[in-house]
Design a protein around this ligand. Structure first.
Ligand SMILES: C[S@@+](CC[C@H](N)C(=O)[O-])C[C@H]1O[C@@H](n2cnc3c(N)ncnc32)[C@H](O)[C@@H]1O
Length: 389
C-alpha cells in the first residue's frame, strides 16, 4: 500500500496518494514513512496546516532524518508559525547544516518571530546573522516580510517592519498607503496614485501570480454569469481591465470592447493581448461619468475591492448605461457594510451591495465563488449581474 501511495504521488495523483497513505496509517498508525509521505503530499497540495501534524509525527523520533525536520519547519513557516519554524530549523541545523534555501527560510522565520518582541532593526540583524553570506538585501526581506505578516494578521509586527521601510523610502506611495490602512479603517477608497503604483509594479507578474498561483478565475466566471442572460451587447466596457484577462470572454458578446485602467503597465499587457478595440489610461468612475449612456454592458472583475463606499461607482455606472443595460461586478464577500481589510482591499456585505445599488439596479444574477487563494485559506468572492432600472 505504501508503494501504491508513493507511485500515485510520483504520478501527481494527489488524491489517490493521500487515500493510500491514510490506508497505511489505518493499518499501522505510527508508520513514519507513511506519515512523512502524507505530510509531503499535503504540502504539494498546498494544504500546509494539515501537513503539520503528520510531518511533526514523522520528524518526532530522535534519529529522524534531518530532511523530515526541514519539511516540518517549512510547513510551520507556511502556516505562519514562525517561532516554531525557526526552532525546528535550528534543531535540524545542529544535526546537519541546512541547505541554502532552508537556511534563508530559517533566517526569515527567526526575524518574523523576533519582530513580536524586538525592534525591526534587531529582527533584521538576526536575519542577517542566520543567513550569513547568503543574506539578501534587507529592504527585500522587509518588503516581503511586511506582506507575509499582514497576510497572517501579525499586524503589530507588520507595522514595525512597515515603519522601518517607510523611514528608508518616504516617497513610496504603496508602502505609505498600506501602513495607513493598518491604523485608519475609515479610508473609503484606495487612492488612485496607490492603485497606479501598485499595479505598475505588479503588471509583469500579475497573470502568473493570480491565475497560476492563486487560482483566480473571476473574469471567466463573471462572463459566464452574464452569458446566462442570452444577450448580445454592442458597446462593452471592461472597467479596471488590467492585463485583459476578461477580454477574450467578453469578446464573445459581440460588440466593441473598451478597456479602462489606472495602470499604464497593466494596459500595456492588455495591448499585447490585443483583445480590446480601445484602451484608455484613466480613472474608472470619472470615465463612466464622462460617457453618459455610452455602454450596454459594464464589467468590473476584481476592481470594486479598491472601493469601500460603492455608491459613487453605482451612480456613475447607472449614468453610463441605458435602461436594461447590465453591470457585472465581483466583490470580496464580507459580512455587512463595507470593510477595509489589512490587505488594503475592501470586502462588501451582500446586503450592502443590494441596498447601495437598489436606487438604479435590480440584481438579476448572483453567485458565490472561491475568489483567490490567500496565506490563510481561500477568499470567497461574490459575483453579481445588475440590470439598470
Ligand atoms: C485585481 S486587478 C483586476 C484586473 C482585471 N479586471 C482582471 O480581472 O484580471 C484590478 C485592476 O483594476 C484597476 N483599478 C483599480 N481601481 C481603479 C480605478 N479607480 N480606475 C481604473 N482602474 C482601476 C487596477 O489598476 C488593476 O489593473
Amino acid at each position: 500500500m505504501l508503494a501504491v501511495a508513493v507511485r500515485a504521488g510520483d504520478e501527481g495523483r494527489l488524491d489517490d496518494a493521500e487515500a493510500a497513505f491514510r490506508a497505511v496509517l489505518v493499518m499501522s498508525p505510527g508508520h513514519d514513512d507513511a506519515l512523512f509521505g502524507l505530510g509531503l503530499n499535503l504540502m504539494i497540495a498546498r494544504r500546509f496546516s494539515e501537513a503539520v501534524e503528520p510531518l511533526a509525527r514523522a520528524a518526532g523520533a530522535a534519529d529522524a532524518e534531518p530532511v523530515r525536520r526541514q519539511c516540518l519547519a517549512h510547513a510551520l513557516f507556511l502556516t505562519g508559525a514562525f517561532s516554531r519554524a525557526a526552532e525546528t530549523f535550528a534543531a535540524a541545523d545542529t544535526v546537519e547544516p541546512l541547505p541554502d534555501g532552508a537556511r534563508l527560510t530559517w533566517a526569515r522565520a527567526a526575524a518574523y518571530a523576533a519582530l513580536e518582541r524586538a525592534p525591526a532593526e534587531a529582527a533584521l540583524e538576526l536575519y542577517a546573522r542566520i543567513a550569513g553570506p547568503l543574506a539578501e538585501p534587507l529592504e527585500t526581506v522587509a518588503n516581503e516580510g511586511f506582506g507575509v505578516l499582514v497576510a497572517f494578521q501579525r499586524l503589530d509586527a507588520a507595522r514595525a517592519l512597515g515603519a522601518w521601510l517607510e523611514a528608508r523610502d518616504p516617497t513610496n506611495v504603496v508602502r505609505a498607503h498600506e501602513l495607513r490602512v493598518l491604523v485608519d479603517p475609515d479610508i473609503d477608497r484606495a487612492p488612485p496614485a496607490y492603485v497606479e503604483a501598485l499595479f505598475d509594479d505588479f503588471a509583469e507578474r500579475f497573470d502568473r501570480q493570480l491565475v497560476d498561483m492563486l487560482g483566480y478565475d473571476a473574469p471567466k466566471l463573471l462572463s459566464d454569469l452574464v452569458a446566462r442572460q442570452g444577450r448580445r451587447f454592442e458597446r462593452i466596457l471592461d472597467l479596471g481591465c488590467g492585463t485583459g484577462l476578461a477580454a477574450p470572454h467578453l469578446r464573445s458578446f459581440g460588440g466593441r470592447l473598451t478597456g479602462v485602467d489606472l495602470s499604464a503597465a497593466m494596459l500595456a499587457k492588455a495591448a499585447e493581448r490585443g483583445d480590446h478595440d480601445t484602451l484608455v489610461h484613466t480613472e474608472a468612475v470619472a470615465f463612466m461619468e464622462d460617457h453618459p449612456g455610452g455602454f450596454d454592458l459594464i464589467v468590473a472583475a476584481d476592481v470594486l475591492i479598491y472601493f469601500g463606499d460603492l455608491a459613487p461607482v453605482f451612480a456613475a455606472a447607472a449614468g453610463a448605461l441605458p435602461t436594461g443595460g447590465l453591470l457585472a461586478i465581483s466583490t470580496e464577500l464580507g459580512e455587512r457594510g463595507w470593510r477595509l481589510l489589512s490587505s488594503a482591499r475592501y470586502a462588501h456585505g451582500d446586503n450592502y451591495v443590494r441596498k447601495t445599488s437598489a436606487p438604479w439596479f435590480q440584481v438579476v444574477e448572483r453567485e458565490e465563488i472561491p475568489l483567490r487563494r490567500e496565506a490563510t485559506g481561500v477568499t470567497t468572492g461574490c459575483l453579481y449581474v445588475l440590470k439598470r432600472l
